[in-house]
Design a binder for this molecule. Sequence first.
Ligand code: ZN
Length: 137
Amino acid sequence: MKLSHIEHIGIAVKNLEESIKFYEEVLGLKCYAIEEVKDQRVKTAFFKVGQTKVELLESTDPEGPIGKFIEKKGEGVHHLAFAAEGIEGALEELHHKGVQLIDKAPRKGAEGLDIAFLHPKSTHGVLMELCENKNKL
Ligand code: ZN
């Protein structure tokens, strides 16, 4: 398995607009994309910091994964996403190593990436995401 870098950090927020203001006006970053991912019931906003992105996630449904997360834990870091080369192979390897996979096969995430989540129970408490940009080549 080859992970090349941290692709993004996912942060759950209550209000996307308010949060974007903080990242832009206080931190001086620029939001370059806002996208709704219906599948995950979120609206996302992206910022680039070097080759790593910050992905803000606002729930569009209180019953969705981010809605539930915010209700339980409030705003904060939600997941860590690694860029993987060969995501299918990586998932198979993780499965064989006994890691609990939330997604057994990759699905489409924001920005058209292939993504898959690993269960925090298997990763020492961190919700991890693997992603691969297959549009690049
Ligand atoms: Zn993510």
